[in-house]
Design a protein around this ligand. Structure first.
Ligand SMILES: NC(=O)c1ccc[n+]([C@@H]2O[C@H](COP(=O)([O-])OP(=O)(O)OC[C@H]3O[C@@H](n4cnc5c(N)ncnc54)[C@H](O)[C@@H]3O)[C@@H](O)[C@H]2O)c1
Length: 335
């Protein structure tokens, strides 16, 4: 079984190049979302605690099986720990043998951003130039750079409650995007934005965005609301936007739509990617990708990393499964 550690992932991104990796991941997601019915899909298994959640996310087609272990602990950063960490595995369906064990903390940020870009490709206005982002934590730069791959971004307006997070965001993106505009509030950050990303972490029903803050024609990627009792948008806003989710069965419990079970969902993302439902239909409508993170995205990311690691000779073989002369002599192999 191949092991991809954090050091290996850093090396892989260096070798492939972040921009090129984002492009490959976006293409792979597009392909996999358009063959949605080839997958065995289910909502993730979530174990909830008052301060966070731990989740298992499986997804498989008839060749590969993937799962991810991931958490969401908004208060972790106050203790010097990441809010979201993850590890994933890819196995071959034919034998059930694991192929790859992979760090997925970075890979989750990359795949979430690539999925945001896929959503924006179909839902944002082509000429979207101004991105407003609320929440400048671990995921934020990944979001900006992936979205810059599908929209001609000229300015990034940003806000976080934490000034140090804003400084880190500016430092990391300096020279990588045309213009960075620090804002004093969420409302200021989304002012005149064509594209909005909400990437805050708080275990509460927050209201960081409402209709009065948003210009006509805006596309919103709401990614911080991804758990029961953890949302970011004014529920009244949901009546006024075209809503796209990843997988309705999961999103109804975890997305912004949990606060409005009565609301109309326009489509699941795969329906738009495969041309069964329209994406954006005019320059005036408001669109919302109410993303929570779905296991298919992890399947796609793991499969891509497996291929690239092979091509670039990255990662190490790790003996996690016994190799025996006689597969029935498991005992003899141990003692
Ligand atoms: N949809 C998905 O697929 C997906 C994937 C990964 C993470 N997430 C979610 O995205 C969110 C961000 O993740 P992260 O790893 O960047 O977390 P993080 O803790 O590193 O960053 C979150 C930031 O939000 C800021 N914040 C909190 N409340 C705010 C408010 N009201 N206004 C402005 N800023 C505020 C915090 O100060 C912090 O800097 C989390 O809620 C996480 O669960 C979703």
């Amino acid at each position: 079984m191949k092991l991809i550690t954090t050091a290996d992932m850093r090396q892989l991104i260096k070798r492939v190049g972040l921009e090129h990796f984002n492009k490959l991941l976006l293409e792979a997601l597009q392909q996999d979302f358009s063959r949605w019915h080839e997958f065995q899909l289910s909502p993730r298994h979530a174990t909830h605690y008052p301060h966070g959640v731990i989740e298992l996310m499986p997804c498989a087609d008839d060749r590969l099986y993937a799962y991810k272990y991931v958490n969401g602990h908004p208060r972790n950063t106050k203790q010097g720990k990441l809010c979201v960490v993850a590890v994933g595995m890819l196995a071959e369906v034919d034998t059930g043998y694991p192929l790859l064990m992979c760090e997925m903390t970075w890979l989750t940020a990359l795949r979430t951003a690539a999925t945001a870009a896929l959503g924006a490709h179909y839902l944002a206005r082509r000429e979207s130039e101004v991105l407003g982002i609320i929440g400048c934590g671990a995921q934020s730069e990944f979001q900006v750079l992936a979205l810059a791959g599908v929209c001609p971004l000229k300015a990034i307006r940003y806000y976080d409650l934490d000034g140090a997070a804003m400084a880190k965001f500016a430092r990391n993106l300096s020279g990588r995007v045309p213009q960075l505009i620090a804002c004093k509030s969420g409302a200021e950050a989304v002012q005149d934005a064509d594209l909005i990303v909400t990437a805050t972490a708080a275990k509460c029903q927050d209201r960081i965005l409402n209709r009065s803050m948003i210009a006509p024609g805006t596309h919103i990627h709401a990614m911080g609301g991804d758990c029961p009792g953890k949302t970011e948008l004014d529920p009244a806003l949901l009546d006024q936007v075209k809503i796209v989710v990843e997988y309705q069965e999961q999103s109804m419990h975890e997305g912004e739509v949990q606060n409005r079970p009565d609301v109309t969902i326009h489509a699941e993302l795969w329906e738009i990617v495969s041309g069964q439902r329209p994406g954006r239909e005019n320059d005036h409508e408001l669109t919302l990708f109410d993303s929570v993170g779905f296991a298919l995205e992890d399947y796609t990311a793991l499969r891509l990393v497996n291929r690239l690691a092979e091509e670039h000779g990255i990662g190490s073989e790790s003996a996690m499964i016994p190799v025996l002369d006689d597969p029935k002599d498991l005992f003899g192999g141990l003692v």
